[in-house]
Design a protein around this ligand. Structure first.
Ligand SMILES: Cc1ncc(COP(=O)(O)O)c(C=O)c1O
Length: 378
């Protein structure tokens, strides 16, 4: 069962209509002559916050710069402030905090749903905890409402909760979209995300209008828009019109593409159910956007199975190869010496399979068949 064609993780193909619309928008931008943070960026911000269901959205040059701005505004220069984050997350989540010299406190994940563990968050909170930033990993949703009520009962003080929804575009819990639960939420539009731009881009959504206004000022050097005055610290974190062109257009097909990902995930689950494989457990009342479809296998065969699939022309990925505590060893302002057994274990067993919405159904079936064949040959 050899594939003649490579089954890729990401397929960048656009319909004629999409290309026509990109070109139309581009003509307008060229005529307007304002390439950064102009009419289309504002239009995208409006469209995005409407579809997510928040009062507003502020675009950024990436999710990383969005995170830095948001954390810097909340912590306001107090370098004692700690930010709790899941230890099983991508590198940029930590970089954007540590670059601003705030402290990170890693917390282990749940071994079944791969999300930061609520009980462990509650144990990790101390007097310096300013922000908790759960990641909706692979599109699965962490229950922010439950955490909020427990924090309120136990600590009776304000701790900011920021959703890292970079992987959860239109994932929902009880019909409410990721991004609507925390004090604010961060999205990435890196090209391989469910909603991807033409390069780097990101956004923050929130219902807090004051915070949204501050973020707009922060991403533009901290300059007040009308008075020529620096009013807060800031940076150049703006998004350009080219990204907005892509995002406005692709936002239109996001729902449909998420449904397609769901279809592929069903094929995988049905075909692989009787094998020695575990799946990420999707949280109760949650509709995931299937940003990533992962499987867990015995750690002794993981690398062997990955090379078997590669030889059969199937691209896979390992998200994530190591817990963040092992990657940020040289940094002092994080609790790197703790043991994070669940993240350790999963990082040795995980394989992520191709799940692009443009993937053929026959390709998904052949990925599943080749995995079955691997186990039959063993
Ligand atoms: C959960 C999460 N947070 C943050 C980021 C950073 O996003 P960006 O590349 O837009 O800075 C990513 C991207 O990989 C991500 O997956």
């Amino acid at each position: 069962m050899q594939n003649n064609f490579k089954i890729k993780k990401n397929i960048f193909e656009y319909s004629r209509k999409e290309i026509f619309n990109f070109q139309n928008h581009l003509r307008k931008v060229l005529k307007n002559g304002r390439f950064i943070n102009s009419i289309l960026v504002k239009q995208f911000e409006k469209n995005f916050s409407t579809i997510i269901g928040t009062k507003g959205a502020v675009s950024f040059s990436s999710a990383s710069t969005a995170t830095s701005a948001l954390i810097d505004i909340i912590c306001n220069g107090n370098l004692k402030n700690e930010i709790i984050i899941p230890v099983f997350s991508p590198v940029p989540v930590v970089q954007s905090i540590l670059n601003y010299k705030y402290k990170v406190r890693f917390v282990d994940i749940n071994p079944y749903n791969f999300l930061i563990e609520e009980q462990k968050i509650l144990r990790a909170i101390n007097k310096n905890t300013k922000v908790i930033m759960p990641v909706h990993l692979f599109g699965n949703i962490f229950n922010i409402n439950s955490l909020k009520s427990k924090i309120y009962k136990k600590f009776k003080r304000k701790i900011f909760i920021i959703e890292d929804a970079s992987q959860a575009h239109l994932s929902s819990y009880k019909g409410i979209n990721a991004g609507c639960f925390g004090d604010a939420a961060i999205f990435s539009f890196y090209p391989t995300k469910n909603l991807g731009a033409f390069g780097d881009a990101g956004a923050i959504v929130s219902n807090n209008k004051k915070l949204l206004e501050k973020l707009k000022i922060y991403r533009n050097y901290g300059l007040h828009p009308s008075k020529f005055q620096l009013i807060i610290s800031g940076n150049n974190f703006r998004m350009d019109e080219l990204q907005a062109i892509f995002l406005i257009e692709k936002l239109k097909s996001l729902k449909k593409e998420n449904i397609r990902r769901k279809k592929i995930s069903k094929i995988y689950k049905q075909a692989l159910i009787n094998l020695p494989i575990e799946f990420q457990q999707i949280s109760k009342n949650t509709s995931t956007n299937w940003h990533v479809f992962s499987i867990l296998v015995n750690k002794n065969i993981r690398n062997n199975l990955v090379s078997y699939l590669n030889k059969k022309n199937i691209e896979t990925a390992i998200y994530y190869q190591k817990p963040l505590s092992k990657i940020f060893k040289y940094k002092v302002n994080a609790n790197i010496s703790e043991n994070f057994i669940n993240a350790e274990d999963i990082s040795k067993r995980i394989i992520c399979l191709p799940i692009d919405p443009k993937m053929k159904i026959s390709s998904a079936k052949s990925v599943a068949n080749i995995i079955k064949k691997y186990f039959n040959e063993k």
